[in-house]
Design a protein around this ligand. Structure first.
Ligand SMILES: [Zn+2]
Length: 168
């Protein structure tokens, strides 16, 4: 994934997120949904018919973790689909990030954690309420289990053809 100005610190909205990272995450989310849709439409024994990707939201997250020396410990994206009646895709990305933070071998005391999420459909009111409170607290708790770090959580969607910074 192309990341201009890649250095420890919070992503800059205009230069990094809006122009580079968010379009890349949008492509990843769209591809993930297209793949799931193709598998679903093909059918077969492994397909859960309760989870219809045609009706699912897709979110892509980019989790980047530096330690307090500025060393990059983790920098990977993930895509999750949120099906009607199941946890929303944004929550699934948070859970993925928590799992990755818990899995770190290193202490990250004084480090930086950036989680950038792009939601293919509009972020719903429940997620808009929970992301900066319940889910951010969950990330903070995971960080504290590893020594503690500054956490930057940014969430974007798209409204009227332009990218919209929902949570910053
Ligand atoms: Zn939601």
């Amino acid at each position: 994934m192309n990341q201009p100005g890649f250095k420890p610190g919070r992503w800059e909205e205009i230069d990094d997120q809006k122009d580079q990272l968010i379009p890349s995450l949008k492509t990843l989310a769209g591809d993930g949904r297209a793949q799931a849709t193709a598998v679903y439409d093909r059918g077969g024994p492994g397909v859960d018919r309760r989870k219809n990707p045609h009706k699912a939201n897709a979110a892509a997250g980019l989790l980047t973790i530096w330690n307090n020396n500025g060393s990059l410990l983790f920098n990977n994206p993930a895509v999750r689909l949120g099906y009607p009646g199941f946890p929303h895709s944004e929550e699934l990305i948070i859970n993925w990030a928590v799992e990755k933070i818990d899995g770190l071998k290193q202490n990250i005391d004084g480090g930086i954690i950036n989680l950038l999420i792009y939601s293919y459909t509009d972020v719903c009111p429940d997620c808009e309420r929970d992301l900066p409170s319940v889910w951010l607290d969950k990330l903070r708790a995971a960080s504290e289990r590893k020594g503690g770090a500054v956490i930057n959580l940014d969430v974007w969607d798209e409204k009227g053809g332009s990218f919209n910074h929902v949570i910053k």
